[in-house]
Design a protein around this ligand. Structure first.
Ligand code: GTP
Ligand code: MG
Length: 222
């Protein structure tokens, strides 16, 4: 798995992270892109940006992530970033029932603003905490109801963070092969890079060995 950011890529996938304030969106991003975690809460003002490259079947995929502020007063700014997203990661905090109760609204909001083809991922973060208010089963049920992939994660203990991005990137890559997106239209959230040789193969292989098709509810938690 390549961690370097290059201006050259085969495909760029545009992601957005949404969810209530304080659920850990920014730390999921910094854990993924920089392997960093910040104990001190620093509210995101508007939108922040991060990116990381990964390799799928010898194709360089640049994951470009827009991390949005959960605070209500930034909502009009952050909504503008839903457009052109190929993937939306919708996050709640397993120790905060209110953040879980908000998820349906985030899903509806996302469906209204994003392309029809957007890939939705539900994440119950902070699964390292003993103080749990939302069970894993409730998260899974909500995800199934909305045809979403589900993970519990911990940005703090680095549980399932890479898997969130690897699994979604593989699904999107797989969908490209199936002709699911109109790649001539960048509004689908995928940009074709200069390195692309259109040599897509059926044999998709992520370089990260600990990634598997059924691991989205494994590895975490109590
Ligand atoms: P906004 O920017 O306001 O929308 O918040 P956010 O969702 O980006 O939350 P942020 O990543 O800033 O994290 C909020 C607080 O939760 C911080 O104090 C983090 O240290 C803490 N936190 C984030 N992820 C985890 C986690 O996995 N486990 C635990 N225990 N704490 C976490
Ligand atoms: Mg934030």
């Amino acid at each position: 798995m390549s961690n370097s950011i290059s201006s050259n890529f085969n495909y760029l996938f545009k992601y957005i992270i949404i969810g209530d304030s304080n659920v850990g969106k920014s730390n999921i991003l910094t854990r993924y892109t920089q392997d960093k975690f910040n104990e001190q809460y620093q509210a995101t003002i508007g939108v922040e940006f991060g990116a990381k490259n990964l390799t799928i079947n010898n194709q360089i995929i640049r994951i470009q992530v827009w991390d949005t502020a959960g605070q209500e007063n930034f909502r009009s700014i952050t909504r503008a970033y839903y457009k052109n997203s190929v993937c939306a990661i919708i996050v709640y905090d397993i120790s905060n029932r209110d953040s879980f109760n908000s998820i349906q609204n985030w899903i509806e909001d996302c469906k209204m603003q994003s392309p029809e083809t957007v890939h939705l991922v539900l994440v119950g973060n902070k699964c390292d905490l003993d103080k749990r208010e939302v069970t894993k089963e409730e998260g899974l049920e909500l995800a199934n109801k909305n045809s979403m992939v589900f993970f519990e994660s911990s940005a703090k203990d680095n549980i399932n963070i890479i898997e969130i991005f690897n699994k979604s990137a593989q699904t999107i890559y797989d969908n490209i092969e199936k002709g699911f997106y109109d790649l001539n239209n960048e509004n689908c959230g995928i940009k074709i890079g200069v390195m692309n040789n259109n040599n897509l193969s059926n044999n998709i292989q992520l370089d990260n060995n600990n990634f598997g098709p059924n691991n989205f509810i494994e590895g975490c938690c109590r």
